[in-house]
Design a protein around this ligand. Structure first.
Ligand code: NAD
Ligand code: L34
Length: 302
């Protein structure tokens, strides 16, 4: 039976350390780090995720604000707000929760956040820096997955990894972080990485997965990864979040993309949903916000 990776517990440990770091930073005369989250529209999942981020800010001593904008907000209005937040010295980090409504261009919005406040790491500058092994903000979900692997002492150097999904916000930065050189600034994982996506035929997906020592799945399809696709002892990280109706109870529940009950019988490690990658995403956002505040304080001193 696989060891279950306790993302919630590991998050709590990291948050305790971050809290102490924030206390030390502030008691050396620096302003309290501040995160501003922007939500456009009324997506219920976005409300839950941002609520979790605001609660985490309280836990680690970061001040925060959520700007709730109506779905009718124009792209121009959103860009104006981002401009204001970029210029506001009291704001250390800015994030625009995705998705944004269809009439707003997601890329234009991500690129408008100042790179030094881009705690999501979605701006083209930070994505470019990650791709080039340079220091910058790394997106929170990939950073959280790396922290889980490290915390559980999962060997990655020279190992085979499969990333299922090719999204620009999760899978691509994760694949970069997994294959890049551990000796460079991003302290990456040195694995051999295969990326599978919607056009990977199911038989090929199964074949690639069976070769993998580490499988990370970020698709949004419950039950996509089954027991027969797993090399015995492999580490399986489930990023997917799906809200489904439980046939037995009739209630709604959260599941990932991995058939958890089956796969845990063969895997060496497995992360659950909920309580796996989700809390780590929130925790790594706290890490990035503190780093942003520290870098801004240092650049004001010179
Ligand atoms: P996305 O939703 O933008 O895209 C889905 C990806 O899955 C695409 O790249 C597509 O090519 C791939 N795909 C579709 N069908 C496939 C198939 N049959 N086989 C292989 N690949 C297939 O991706 P995303 O934004 O990375 O989100 C993926 C999932 O992860 C969603 O369920 C999302 O809610 C969840 N998510 C969770 C966290 C977290 O912190 N836990 C963070 C971000 C996203
Ligand atoms: N800009 N948009 C921006 N940045 C992000 O980093 C995100 N993401 C994804 C959606 N849009 C974004 C998140 O924050 C997904 N995501 C996220 C954040 C938190 C959780 C899951 C995804 C989370 O807290 N998950 C809990 C369960 C939450 C629930 O009850 O629904 C878990 O245990 O998995």
């Amino acid at each position: 039976m696989a060891q279950i990776i306790d993302g919630k517990g590991i998050s709590a440990e990291i948050r305790l350390k971050l809290h102490q770091e924030v206390i030390d930073f502030v008691s050396s005369g620096n302003p309290v780090p501040h995160l501003t989250a922007v939500i456009v529209g009324e997506d219920p999942a976005s409300q839950t995720y941002v609520k979790n981020k605001i609660l985490a800010c309280k836990e680690v001593g970061i001040s925060s604000e959520t700007k709730l904008l109506p779905a009718s907000t124009t792209q121009e209005e959103l860009l104006q707000l981002i401009g204001q937040l970029n210029r506001d010295d009291c704001v250390s980090g800015v994030l625009v929760q995705l998705p944004v409504p269809d009439h707003i261009n997601e890329r234009t919005i991500c690129n408008a956040v100042a790179p030094e406040k881009d705690v999501d790491g979605f701006n083209e500058i930070n994505m470019g820096r990650l791709a080039l092994d340079m220091d910058g903000f790394v997106p929170a979900t990939p950073l959280g997955i790396k922290a889980l692997l490290e915390h559980c002492n999962i060997a990655t150097h020279g190992r085979n990894a499969v990333v299922v999904g090719r999204s620009k916000n999760v899978s691509l930065p994760l694949a970069i972080l997994m294959h890049s050189d551990g000796k460079n600034a991003t302290k990456a994982l040195d694995a051999t990485v295969t990326i599978c996506h919607r056009y990977t035929p199911p038989k090929e997906l199964a074949k690639h997965c069976r070769q993998a020592d580490i499988i990370v799945v970020a698709v949004g399809k419950p039950g996509l990864i089954t027991k027969d696709m797993i090399k015995p002892g492999a580490c399986v990280i489930d990023v997917g979040i799906n809200r489904i109706k439980d046939e037995k109870t009739g209630k709604h529940k959260l599941v990932g993309d991995v058939d958890f009950e089956e796969v845990r019988q063969v895997a060496g490690h497995i992360s659950p949903v909920p309580g796996g990658v989700g809390p780590m995403t929130v925790t790594m956002l706290m890490h990035n916000t503190l780093q942003a505040a520290k870098k801004q304080a240092a650049s004001r001193r010179v």
